[in-house]
Ligand binder design. Structure first.
Ligand code: AMP
Length: 414
């Protein structure tokens, strides 16, 4: 028997309603905030991710699904969606058409990480990217969007953490300070290498020893330039002004190199070790890095598996809509008439079905119940003789005889 590949899963049956609920809510809030959907290919040139996420990150170093295609092109399944969105933005010169572009996406991402609760090799992200403005109020907008999204789902017990990791100018001084501080410390092999090229990445290391050392690392705030400090202050002030609770985490750097200034994360204590629900931040260099003009941007990505897990854990009920009509028939002649009616109802937009097996009326009525049908239409010998349909309204527990001419209108009206 074939089995689903390790770190991936099938989403269907009782599970699918959660996914549809999350995605519908996400699309709704993005529409309200005036974000437009973007869909990019599942795979890209590997270089798209190396240039953006950075060579020294876990994603690029260890977790990418890369392959050579039949022409020897080096391709990668997307581990995240910001880089593909910016690739599309620059390739299509969107900056010439719109001063500010706001996109949202929903889709699968791929990372070869060790699978565990809340961590998969194929997982799904819902995210937004706002490209074209450096205003801290755009950071505020996407933070509010992400919080409203979780609130609308009915989720509780999540917390916002923010930080600023400065721009590339602030980073020069900070990285030399980090080097000085970490030089004589006992780091893992990966971090010893990172110490030379990207010491800030040591803050992402999952090694317990490195995590302990990282707790004493100098905070970045003293190294921020005036512009980055002011940006961070404005963001904090506006969050406070809007009554949004947050905590500053000076070690929040997110495992991707492209971030500048604001970084944020929404965490929950429902998830255990994988406690991050949403992660995001500003990336003011990426458009330029990809060959576009100097353009600031900010975005976030939410993990759909983790959100679904929290919905279940918090026992948030998702109403399932039943079907409008189930057609029950007795005998071959009635079945044919029933099937004809079925396609007619469907043409008129009524969600309808029929149990195509030849089973007893009792079983058919049980099936109607299981499907949450509002009406059952019974066609037996009597109904054939009288040339009518017997319509049972299961909600109101009443029944009517309705003629063929009136049946669609009768159902639509009710
Ligand atoms: P990142 O792209 O690493 O900033 O992650 C953004 C969000 O995606 C996280 O907060 C998680 O909710 C989710 N996420 C990241 N990696 C995984 C994974 N391997 N499995 C499931 N969800 C993930």
């Amino acid at each position: 028997m074939f089995k689903v590949v390790r770190g991936t899963k099938d989403i269907f049956l009782d599970e699918i309603k959660y996914w549809q609920y999350v995605e519908e809510n996400f699309k709704k809030i993005c529409k309200i905030f005036n974000y437009q959907e973007i869909r990019t290919p599942i795979f890209e040139e590997t270089e798209v991710f190396i240039r953006s996420i950075g060579l020294e990150t876990d994603i690029v170093e260890k977790e990418m699904y890369t392959f050579l295609d039949k022409k020897g092109r080096n391709l990668a399944l997307r581990p995240e969606e910001t880089a593909p969105v910016i690739r599309a933005y620059v390739e299509n010169s969107i900056f010439l058409k719109k001063p500010l572009s706001k996109f949202y996406y929903i889709g699968p991402m791929f990372r070869y990480d060790r699978p565990q609760a809340g961590r998969y090799r194929q997982f799904h992200q819902l995210g937004v990217e706002a490209i074209g403005d450096i205003s801290p109020y755009l950071d505020l907008e996407i933070i509010i969007l992400s919080l409203n999204f979780l609130e609308n789902l009915g989720l509780k017990n999540f917390k916002l953490f923010i930080n600023s990791i400065g721009c590339k100018n602030c980073r020069v001084n900070y990285q030399s300070e980090l080097k000085r501080f970490l030089e004589k410390k006992l780091l893992c092999n990966d971090c010893n290498r990172r110490l030379k090229s990207a010491p800030i990445r040591i803050l992402d290391c999952k090694n317990e020893g490195c995590k302990e050392i990282a707790k004493g690392i100098p905070e970045i705030f003293n190294f921020l330039c005036d512009e980055c400090s002011e940006h961070f202050e404005k963001l904090k002030d506006s969050l406070t002004n809007f009554g949004i609770e947050f905590q500053i985490d000076p070690y929040l750097v997110r495992g991707l190199d492209y971030y500048t200034k604001t970084c944020f994360e929404i965490k929950t204590d429902l998830l255990g070790a994988q406690n991050s629900l949403i992660g995001g931040g500003r990336y003011d260099e990426l458009v330029k890095e990809f060959g576009g003009p100097d353009t600031s941007a900010v975005g976030f990505a939410a993990g759909e598996e983790r959100i679904v897990f929290c919905l279940k854990k918090q026992k948030i009920e998702i109403k399932e809509e039943g079907i409008d009509v189930l057609i029950s028939t007795i005998g071959d002649k009635a079945k044919l008439r029933g099937i004809k009616l079925l396609f007619n109802l469907r043409r008129n937009g009524l969600i309808s079905d029929h149990d195509f097996r030849t089973i007893s009326l009792k079983s058919q009525l049980r099936y109607a119940d299981k499907l949450g049908a509002r009406f059952v239409i019974i066609i037996g010998e009597d109904e054939l003789k009288k040339n009518i349909f017997l319509v049972k309204d299961l909600k109101k527990s009443v029944q009517f005889e309705v003629s063929e001419d009136d049946i669609v209108n009768f159902l639509l009206k009710n």
